[in-house]
Design a protein around this ligand. Structure first.
Ligand code: CO
Length: 287
């Protein structure tokens, strides 16, 4: 009888203990890096570069990736490389037991892509029994300080071979979204330090036409052409440095300039990545 009671007591204790285990969540923090994405193999080295910097800054924290562009993800899927959307990545991280996640936007401006990401993060913060807390780091340009810091970082990564009389033309993406103002905003900062650095955009303002007329006023002869894009993907290779007559290189040459294209994306430079990583740190510390 006594043995029976003890056996039942042990059984109940075990039951309670195992029941408690199932409700106790083990803390697990992760990082999700989110880029527009690129289907170019060369862009992967830039992504690898910033991933390394993130891992060095947060040792032992798992770093995962998501691309916001459906088109890029579909191209990669056909090649057998599946990359998650932000929603897919967050759902998987929830299922894999991550209790806290710091999402870092690797976008350049807080445009449409960033706003969509913000909405996804907000939505996931309201899913019961998923990750407890998800925070989102700001893109490269957000606060006033970011613009000054980006301007300084850009000066440190421009081609060293350029002469003082040479001009630099940076190609940004540009957007119809109101955040396009960051491009002329950054141009103002750049001109405070170097009147020979010009920032144009493919799809917004200032356009290449505006850049060309500014270059002519400067009497520039040689132009270094460099992307102001996170990676040197499709826009950099074709719209910027391509041989088609409508590329920036061809149009600048047609306007009489000697053009030296540099095919390096922003995420290939430590000084620029440091700004994204700083934004990640700011939110990571709030987890
Ligand atoms: Co584009």
């Amino acid at each position: 009888m006594k043995i029976k009671i003890i056996a039942i007591a042990i059984f109940l204790i075990n039951l309670t203990a195992s029941g408690m285990d199932e409700h106790k969540q083990i803390e697990k923090t992760g990082i999700l890096l989110v880029s527009f994405g690129s289907s170019y193999a060369s862009a992967q080295s830039a992504f690898g570069h910033i991933e390394e910097q993130a891992k060095e800054t947060f040792p032992g924290v798992e770093v995962r990736w998501a691309f916001t562009s459906n088109i890029v993800r579909n191209i990669l899927k056909k090649r057998g490389r599946a990359i998650d959307s932000p929603a897919e990545a967050l759902a998987k991280m929830g299922a894999d037991g991550f209790t806290k996640i710091a999402v870092q936007s690797l976008h350049v401006i807080p445009g449409e892509e960033f706003e969509n990401l913000q909405r996804t993060v907000n939505a996931f913060n309201h899913i019961p029994k998923n990750t407890q807390k998800i925070v989102l780091g700001k893109p490269l340009l957000y606060h006033h300080n970011d613009i000054g810091e980006t301007c300084a970082a850009l000066h440190s990564v421009l081609p060293e071979e350029r002469k003082s009389t040479d001009a630099v033309v940076l190609m940004g993406h540009g957007t119809s979204h109101q955040s396009n103002i960051y491009y002329p905003g950054l141009q103002y900062y750049l001109w405070q330090q170097s009147p020979s650095i010009f920032l144009g955009t493919v799809e917004g303002y200032p356009s290449l036409d505006e850049v060309i007329s500014a270059l002519k006023k400067q009497n520039a002869k040689t132009v270094w052409l460099q992307p102001f894009l996170s990676v040197a993907g499709d826009h950099a290779k074709n719209d910027m440095a391509g041989d088609e007559p409508d590329s920036w290189k061809s149009q600048l040459e047609a306007a009489g300039f000697t053009v030296n294209p540099v095919l390096k994306g922003l995420a290939e430079f430590d000084a620029i990545n440091a700004i994204w990583i700083k934004h990640l740190k700011e939110v990571f510390n709030k987890l």
